[in-house]
Design a protein around this ligand. Structure first.
Ligand code: 0O3
Ligand code: SF4
Length: 341
């Protein structure tokens, strides 16, 4: 198809903020740094973030993604993904003589700590989140006996607690803000003494990306969200766009997944991306649209973001040596090293 000239009225609304959040940026850089410092392979338990392009790119550099800790051969380095892991996973790594790097987002760790604290105070914890999601598995693992998963408002009816005067709700960090409030309202109706988390569990990045897509959804005939199918926060952006009034909203990993038919009768296209999505993928979508007459790009700015996190501290240690020592400990002293040290 030949390149079209800009057509009157056709425009793109580009969400800000969009794409990488501080936790994803940190986790992806951590894998790259580990590869640089320690050399390949670096094993990563679970996709470091839920993005196909990121995973493929890191695989090319020498990262090996596995679902189970037991898949990592002993004496290696394993990194935990940004979504966090249950304490049992740390134990698995110890048993497997692995050196670990924990790339759990500090804002996920914050929720883990809340769970531990409320469980120690013997509260029942109602964890709002999506069943089977990696983050929920990790958080639940902090206090399995105290945590009940509540997967949306329809789950509330079946929730039971030991003592309705000692109940708190916590949540996954990437949920829809509005749907979560619906769930909380329903829970409060059932348990009037329900306590809220000390601060928002749905993180700043999730909230800001939803705010921006909501704003653009009111005006857009079509919203394209760049993100992978297993990315919870990206899927939420599609839902929020539709609820805000967008004519249609689709999730794509790459520009070449956009269908020409989606543009039929469309004047305003909204574009955004999930927290795990590199900007290059958004640029390719903008290029694709520009080639079809949508050249005029306006920014829809909902918030400023400046938060950054420092890299996992384990990157400052010699983890290859640490992993080798763990194996040596199991197999007995290495006779070639002088004793007494
Ligand atoms: O949790 P979600 O499926 O949205 O994960 P992504 O797509 O990797 O995005 C980063 C979010 C995260 C690591 C946990 O909050
Ligand atoms: Fe952390 Fe929020 Fe990003 Fe998740 S979405 S990695 S909680 S900053």
């Amino acid at each position: 198809m030949g390149r079209m000239t800009a057509s009157p009225g056709r425009r793109v609304l580009l969400a800000a903020p969009r794409g990488y959040c501080a936790g994803v940026d940190r986790a992806v850089i951590a894998v790259e740094k580990a590869l640089e410092q320690y050399g390949a392979p670096i094993y990563v338990r679970h996709e470091i973030v839920h993005n196909k392009y990121v995973v493929q790119t890191l695989e090319k550099k020498g990262a090996i993604f596995v679902e189970r800790t037991e898949e990592v051969p002993e004496g290696n380095i394993v990194m935990f993904s940004a979504h966090g892991v249950a304490p049992v996973v740390h134990d698995e790594a110890k048993r497997g003589n692995l050196a670990t790097i924990d790339a759990t987002c500090p804002l996920v760790t914050k929720v883990h700590k809340e769970a531990v604290r409320f469980a120690n105070d013997d509260f029942d914890i109602l964890l709002i989140g999506h069943e089977g999601h990696e983050e929920v598995i990790g958080t639940s693992g902090e206090a399995p006996d105290h945590i009940t998963l509540v997967d949306g408002p329809s789950d509330v009816a079946k929730v039971e607690v030991r003592d309705p005067s000692r109940v708190v709700w916590l949540s996954q960090t990437t949920l829809s803000v509005d749907e979560t409030m619906e769930t909380v309202d329903a829970l409060k109706e059932k348990f009037p003494q329900l306590i809220s988390p000390p601060s928002d569990d749905i993180c700043y990045a999730t909230q800001n990306r939803q705010l921006a897509v909501k704003q653009m959804g009111e005006e857009a005939d079509l919203v394209i969200v760049v993100g992978s199918r297993n990315s919870s926060n990206s899927i939420r952006l599609v839902e929020v766009a539709k609820l805000a009034g967008a004519g249609a909203a689709y999730l794509v990993d790459f520009a070449d997944e956009i269908e020409e038919a989606w543009l039929e009768g469309v004047t305003t296209v909204g574009v955004t991306s999930g927290a795990s999505v590199p900007e290059i993928l958004v640029e390719q979508v903008l290029e694709w649209l520009s080639g079809r007459g949508y050249e005029d790009v306006e920014l829809v700015k909902a918030a400023e973001e400046s938060i950054t996190f420092s890299l996992p501290k384990e990157l400052r240690r010699d983890l290859r040596e640490e992993a080798a020592a763990l194996v040596a400990e199991r197999t007995g002293p290495d006779r070639s090293t002088p004793s007494g040290q």
